[in-house]
Each structure stands twice: as structure tokens, then as C-alpha cells.
Design a protein around this ligand. Structure first.
Ligand SMILES: CC(=O)SCCNC(=O)CCNC(=O)[C@H](O)C(C)(C)COP(=O)(O)OP(=O)(O)OC[C@H]1O[C@@H](n2cnc3c(N)ncnc32)[C@H](O)[C@@H]1OP(=O)(O)O
Ligand SMILES: N[C@@H](CCO)C(=O)O
Length: 369
């Protein structure tokens, strides 16, 4: 599989939904496979909260492949011998695109809290500018899970001509209080950690040890990505063999797991980026500029494939089912396929239980629209 990684620099300002302006910005992206002559074989894949442009393949020396590698590649469900897949690191993130720690060209200092609040719509508009620059007028399909699904939904409403097939997984049309509440734990953790210094930290200080209360906030987030069932299946009541049962800080395996995933995450992800991205997630509401959900999704021209997961307790299946029933009530049932996957893994099932849902992606990609 041919992999190309690049950074696109934009000197034209990006006018944000908030009224603020990003004077210049950069987007880092990766492409798998090759575009055909007419550029009609492009599939856009959007990443979720902490993902990056690196959706597939494995670089030399890398321990793990890209985050959707089981699905993207030569001969895989998203077959790169036929399609050219593009994944762009979202604005606000910390993997090469412009974000809060990017340097202000005038002051030569990181923007930090001066970085503007972004919306999903802003992230999508920036990506549309990239696609225009690459000469991609229309995508064969767009696909995304979680925050990536929000981008896909937003794109299908705001740029209805861009893609004829839109596949959304484990997402919602508006972030609910349950998800916002989980994110609040991370916000409080980050801003109240003395090492955060109101955003004036030196990122190098976190290489050895990340912000401790960011790690704790992420542990909470991590619980919301799983489910009681998957925790039980993974760990049961197993205890760490080398820890004593009567030691106060002796740990169950699930505790060791939370420690590992919380602390390692806080070392590798920028806390300001996390704040900006969860802000964009929290304020995502596809109905905000419309009278109702119906008024918003009536703009969609694509065929939607909605894939929810039974055990997802972050973005509940009912939330995606409502998009389906709303379209049906509008007499547009031919434009939507909805499936609720029999899965108890939790929200992150879209990153794990590929064999349970890859068939629906295949079907959507093969559909004549
Ligand atoms: C969506 C995007 O766009 S990409 C973002 C995806 N990445 C993330 O969410 C980052 C966090 N990662 C994860 O949550 C998971 O690795 C997933 C969801 C990607 C995959 O889930 P699973 O395959 O079920 O992995 P699992 O939850 O078992 O293991 C996660 C880590 O915990 C470790 N672990 C498992 N059990 C234990 C334990 N008892 N004690 C300590 N560590 C443990 C694993 O070794 C693994 O470590 P690694 O990430 O260094 O390889
Ligand atoms: N666990 C994934 C998906 C969350 O929606 C992440 O952290 O990006």
C-alpha cells in the first residue's frame, strides 16, 4: 500500500463559526493508495477525539499500526488497490495540524489559551479547503466514528454535494449531558493541576510524567469508552499477582489498566489540545443553526449508513436511531440504512470489533447511489 504523509499550509484566513479568524493554518494528512485520473476514488476517513492522520499502515520501528489499519489497506474492506483514502488530523489536535500549541507567526510564541474555540463545522471547513486544493471535487464516500462521525454528519449537511455515501459510527447529532459530564472531569483535572500553569506549561515537562490530574480525567473518559460488560470480560475480579491483597494500594487488574491508560495518555497527548477538542465535541449540535433536526438533515443528499453499538453508553444507539426515524418521517427512508450492532464492548467497539461491523461498511461502499 502506498502511504504519503504531508502538511498543507494555508495563508488564506479561516473564518470561524465564533466570529474569530485563524489567519493561517496547517493540516497534516495521510493518503493511502493512489488517486485515479478523475480523482473520483477518494474516501475520506475522519478520526475521533485523540486519533491522528495515521489511520493505517505501520512505519518502520512503529509498535502499532494506524488506528483503523484492520479496515484500510490492499485487499481490505476499504481496499486501497481501488480507493485512495485520506485522513486529516483535525484542527486543534496535537499531531501536526494547527492547534493551541502552534506558534503565532507574529509573536513567535505558542497561542495557548489565545487559540480560538473551534467547532466541528470549522474543522470540516478547513478540510474542505484541503480537498479543494488537492482537486477533489467529490468524495466516493466519507466515513467517521465518534467525533469523526460528527465531522461526517456536519459535512453531509453543510456540503451536501461532496459525498454520495456517508458512513457514521458510534456518534450522535448533538452531544448530550452524559458525554459532557464525562468530559467535565477531564477539564477540571487539567485546569486545576498546578503544573498546567493556566496553559503556560512547557510540554517537555510532561515527557517523563504527564499532568497527573489529566491522567485521572482520562481514566474517567476511558471508563466511558468501555462498558460494564467489557470490563468484566477483560478483568473480572482478577488481582495483580505481585500486589498483596491486604496492601492498601494493592491493585485489581482493572485498576492497573486504568493507571496504565491514564498515565501513558497524559504523557503523549497535549492537555490544551484535549481541552479544545472536547469543547468542540461538547458544543457539537447539528441542529444549532436550524429550527429542528428535520430542518437540519433535510439538506443531506447522500445515502447515510448509520452504525451504532448496543453497548455504547457514551453516544447511545437511540441518538443515531433518531436520525433514521426523522429521515423516515420525512419520506426519505430510501436514503438511510441503520444498524445497531450486537456488541457489548462499549463506545470504542468501532475501534475494536471490526468483524461485527465491517460488512456494513462494505455494503455501503458497494451501494449504487
Ligand atoms: C479513534 C481514533 O481516531 S484513534 C484513537 C484510539 N486510541 C485511543 O483511544 C487510545 C487508548 N487506547 C485504547 O483505548 C485501546 O487501545 C483501543 C480502544 C484503541 C483498543 O482497545 P483494545 O484492543 O481492547 O485494547 P485494551 O483496552 O485491551 O488495551 C489498551 C492498553 O492497555 C494495556 N493493558 C491491558 N490490560 C492491562 C492491565 N491489566 N494492566 C495494565 N495495562 C493493561 C494493553 O496492553 C494496551 O496497551 P498499549 O496501548 O500500550 O498497547
Ligand atoms: N477512545 C477514542 C474514541 C473516543 O471517542 C479516542 O480517545 O479517540
Amino acid at each position: 500500500m502506498k502511504i504519503q504523509t504531508a502538511i498543507a499550509h494555508f495563508d488564506e484566513p479561516l473564518y470561524l463559526e465564533s466570529g474569530r479568524i485563524l489567519e493561517t493554518y496547517e493540516l497534516k494528512y495521510e493518503m493511502y493508495g493512489e488517486m485515479n485520473e478523475t480523482k473520483s476514488n477518494v474516501i475520506v476517513v475522519f478520526h475521533a477525539l485523540t486519533g491522528s492522520y495515521h489511520a493505517a499502515g505501520r512505519y518502520e520501528g512503529e509498535t502499532k499500526a494506524g488506528w483503523w489499519d484492520p479496515l484500510i489497506g490492499d485487499g481490505k474492506i476499504i481496499d486501497t488497490t481501488h480507493f485512495c483514502v485520506i485522513c486529516v488530523n483535525i484542527l486543534g489536535s496535537c499531531f501536526g495540524s494547527t492547534g493551541p500549541m502552534s506558534v503565532n507567526v507574529k509573536t513567535k510564541e505558542p497561542l495557548r489559551l489565545k487559540f480560538p474555540v473551534l467547532t466541528i463545522s470549522d474543522m470540516v471547513r478547513a478540510q474542505m479547503n484541503l480537498f479543494a486544493r488537492l482537486g477533489i471535487k467529490e468524495a466516493y464516500a466519507i466515513i467517521g466514528g465518534s467525533l469523526g462521525g460528527m465531522q461526517g454528519l456536519c459535512m453531509s449537511i453543510e456540503y451536501p454535494e461532496f459525498a454520495k455515501r456517508v458512513i457514521l459510527l458510534a456518534t450522535t447529532y448533538a452531544t448530550g449531558p452524559w458525554a459532557i459530564a464525562w468530559n467535565k472531569i477531564a477539564i477540571e483535572g487539567i485546569v486545576n493541576d498546578p503544573r498546567f500553569k493556566n496553559g503556560n506549561y512547557n510540554p517537555e515537562d510532561f515527557e517523563e510524567e504527564g499532568l497527573l490530574s489529566f491522567a485521572i480525567g482520562r481514566m474517567a473518559g476511558h471508563i466511558s469508552f468501555l462498558s460494564p460488560y467489557s470490563m468484566n470480560k477483560k478483568f473480572g475480579r482478577n488481582y495483580v499477582e505481585t500486589d498483596g491483597l491486604y496492601e492498601l494500594f494493592g491493585r485489581f487488574q482493572v485498576e492497573r489498566y486504568m493507571e496504565y491508560n491514564g498515565y501513558s495518555f497524559a504523557k503523549r497527548f497535549d492537555p490544551l489540545s484535549y481541552l479544545y477538542i472536547i469543547k468542540a465535541m461538547n458544543i457539537f449540535d447539528a441542529t444549532r443553526n436550524y429550527d429542528s433536526l428535520e430542518d437540519s438533515i433535510k439538506h443531506i443528499k447522500a445515502k447515510l449508513t448509520l452504525i451504532s453499538f448496543q453497548g455504547d453508553c457514551l453516544f447511545m444507539p437511540e441518538e443515531m436511531a433518531l436520525i433514521k426515524t426523522t429521515l423516515e418521517n420525512m419520506g426519505r427512508s430510501d436514503r438511510v440504512d441503520y444498524v445497531c450492532i450486537d456488541s457489548q464492548y462499549g463506545h470504542d467497539a468501532f475501534l475494536v470489533e471490526y468483524d461485527k461491523f465491517d460488512f456494513y461498511i462494505k455494503k455501503a461502499l458497494e451501494s449504487k447511489v
